[in-house]
Design a binder for this molecule. Structure first.
Ligand code: IVH
Length: 689
């Protein structure tokens, strides 16, 4: 049965009108009609669609109410990774940033696109043929959660772009946030209902976006601010400012505070101006973001580690408050460091209520001379751990009126030591100490380490307290029954945790090295080590004294060659200093650690990381998106084979790998006569080398 024409037309008109009012209200912040009028139109459309279900198109405003709850979120791999930005806290760092940019580009002056740094949740939206097809959280930057049904409920997110968009696929990046006034109203309601209040607008927004029940998300006053079009979808814009203007045309909310500024002085003036405007904005910001405006320059600048060289976040100083010290506790961390922590009279600071604040270590504590009963200044910025800045006024001091580090570990009673020249006092208990063991296990299971999903704090607490797990190696001896016997563990969750442990039996060398938790060995260092040694055996049997000497020799050779203008050879273990080598040597030779690593190596199939950087390693540049792998994966695959991946094309580039929607790098490659590989050829080359 076909729908009568007049009804079809009426429903179309209603959809248009309602989306227009959504846009006026949530994007423009200037409603034209009142809520009652909006409701009347909405009900009319609902009634029409109920009668003629074929009228309920996926982009109808009635589809913004949410649907049945999901059992869990699906994972989505970002086609272009969602990176983080380097932070700056002072003017000098901003000047240094501008200097680096100018030097790298070899230009005298740079124009920057500046805008607020929204304190919300990063989101990526994908439009296919003009329709919203996918919305994802940032996750770890490579993989996020598919929260499409939730994001569809945000009225500031267009479900359909006004005309066929510029490319068949458009990926928009931005931030979901909650206005401060909406947050206050939400908390007032929570209070009335006797429900838990939210800590701050960011947490409330993040919680709402990560709701499994999108009908709940629909009731939350969330807004979306767009700040970028993903590199893979860049088409007709040659500047960040143009991309933002285009986003406005497409119906997105973009910060009205955005500005184009010139050079370091322009950046600093913008920072000061926004610092003053900050309290007048309806939403929270924790800094401003600067991006090189020209996109071809962005490409040329490229990336270091996980952050672009063309962008900088300039943060505002953390908020400070005063409160009283109720006690001083000592916590034991993963590497055994004893941290004095002040127990505080609850105080609201930096957007959250704080009850504990770190005092870092014994020296810091003595320098600040903090004691129970004192009134202290506490500081907190965003997700950062709150800290005690200093004493505002001393309380009445009674003996003992000073803090002394315990001589025994407060958790396991092992002796504590303080290594001369080191600030930390450490528990010597190692994995015998339950505090160290818990943190070690959590680190081992972390997403960026062995990625054991479901092995969270509560579970680890029980496993350690019941002595079921004495080291990470014991995880691989757990069975489903044991797990199911724990508190708050349903059969299904026990099964899930068991399966994620089994899944982690196959792991990349770099993740495994990182997971070991060797002091000083973070992700980047683990990557360098994996690439250098190639196999777990080679890493474990490394002769560190020799490695240090070899490195020194290579460095001298490098310097000589540079002076003589000869071709350079890469220095092995670049970025790993003698102290770190020393720390690894100690860790890896400690008998108990060796034992745990040996047992882990039996349980886990640690994948080889490819050979050491091959002498014939080539320089690659990746552009556009590949269908068989993400950019990160392509980079990892190349690096594993001893090749290098650079951010921009130059005469020194050997190959450019061009995926779909390849951008200006491809043009550059052609103009320089650099060999271009399509995906098929690239995969062939990977197989062969
Ligand atoms: S740009 C290549 N602009 O900061 C740089 N990020 O990005 C890509 N953030 O959690 C990001 N406001 O969600 C950019 N105006 C803004 C931003 C912004 C907030 C957040 C972003 C991410 C972090 C790093």
């Amino acid at each position: 049965m076909s729908v009568p024409r007049d009804i079809r037309q009426r429903s179309e008109a209603l959809r248009k009108t309602l989306e227009h009012h959504n846009w006026r209200y949530y994007v423009e912040d200037q409603p034209e009609i009142d809520d009652a009028e909006y409701d009347r139109l909405f009900q009319e459309l609902l009634a029409l669609e109920a009668k003629h279900p074929e009228l309920a198109t996926p982009d109808s405003p009635t589809q913004r109410v949410g649907g049945a709850p999901l059992p869990e979120f699906a994972e989505v791999r970002h086609r272009t990774p969602m990176l983080s930005i380097a932070n700056a806290f002072d003017e000098e760092a901003v000047r240094a940033f501008d200097r680096r940019v100018r030097e790298a580009l070899e230009v005298d002056a740079v124009e920057y696109a500046a805008e607020p740094k929204f304190d919300g949740l990063a989101i990526s939206l994908t439009y296919r043929d003009g329709l919203l097809s996918e919305g994802a959280t940032r996750g770890d930057g490579t993989t996020g959660e598919d929260v499409t049904p939730n994001l569809r409920t945000l009225r500031s997110i267009p479900l359909r772009l006004p005309k066929a968009a510029d490319t068949r696929e458009l990926e928009v990046r931005g931030e979901v946030l909650m206005y401060r006034r909406d947050f206050d109203a939400l908390n007032a309601r929570q209070r009335e209902l006797g429900e838990k209040e939210y800590v701050n607008p960011r947490n409330a927004a993040a919680g709402a976006v990560r709701q499994l029940d999108s009908r709940v998300t629909a009731t939350r006053p969330l807004r979306f601010f767009a700040y970028a079009i993903s590199r893979a979808s860049q088409a007709r814009w040659s500047r960040q400012s143009e991309a933002l203007a285009r986003l406005v045309e497409l119906g997105f909310r973009v910060s009205e505070e955005r500005e184009l500024v010139q050079g370091a002085e322009g950046l600093l003036a913008y920072y000061r101006k926004m610092g003053q405007a900050r309290d007048r904005l309806p939403y929270a910001i924790d800094g401003v973001v600067y991006k090189v405006d020209r996109l071809d320059w962005q490409e040329r600048l490229g990336f270091v580690a996980r952050a672009p060289r063309f962008a900088l976040a300039h943060k505002y100083p953390a908020e400070e408050q005063t409160t009283e010290v109720l006690g001083i506790d000592v916590q034991v961390g993963r590497t055994g460091a004893l941290t004095p922590v002040a127990r505080l009279k609850p105080v609201f600071v930096g957007g959250a209520t704080v009850t504990n604040a770190t005092l870092h270590n014994e020296d810091e504590l003595r320098r600040k001379d903090v004691w129970i009963g004192d009134t202290v200044i506490v500081r907190r910025a965003g997700d950062v751990i709150p800290e005690v800045v200093g004493v505002k006024s001393k309380g009445p001091r009674r003996p003992p009126d000073r803090f002394a580090m315990p001589e025994k570990c407060p958790v396991c009673a092992s002796p504590v030591v303080r290594v001369p020249g080191e600030a930390a006092t450490r528990c010597t208990g190692g994995l015998y100490c339950k505090a160290q063991r818990k943190q070690t296990l959590l680190h081992f299971a972390a997403r960026r380490a062995m990625d054991i999903e479901g092995l969270g704090e509560k579970l680890v607490d029980q496993l350690v307290e019941r002595d079921l797990v004495k080291s990470p190696a014991d995880l691989y001896r757990l069975d489903v029954e044991t797990l199911a016997g724990l508190e708050r563990m349903a059969e299904k969750s026990a099964q899930n945790v068991f399966e994620s442990i089994q899944r982690s039996r196959k792991g990349e060398l770099e993740r495994f090295i990182y997971a070991l938790g060797i002091p000083g060995v973070g992700e980047e260092v683990a990557k360098i080590l994996a690439r250098h040694f190639g196999s777990l055996t080679a890493f474990l049997e490394a002769d560190w004294a020799r490695a240090a000497a070899d490195k020194e020799a290579a460095r001298k050779d490098h310097a000589q060659r540079k002076k003589r203008g000869e071709p350079l050879r890469p220095v092995p273990l670049e970025g790993i200093g003698p102290e770190l080598m020393d720390s690894m040597e100690k860790f890896l030779h400690e008998r108990h650690n060796r034992d745990v690593i040996r047992r882990l190596a039996d349980a886990i199939d640690v994948m080889q990381a490819g050979a050491r950087p091959a002498a014939d390693g080539k320089t690659f540049v990746l552009t556009g998106s590949l269908s068989s792998m993400t950019r990160d994966e392509a980079q990892a695959a190349l690096e594993a084979k001893g090749h290098q991946v650079a951010g921009s094309v130059s005469k020194r580039t050997d190959f450019v790998v061009a995926g779909e929607d390849a951008g200006s790098k491809l043009d550059k490659a052609r103009s320089l006569g650099v060999t271009v590989l399509d995906e098929k050829k690239f995969l062939e080359l990977l197989r062969k080398t």
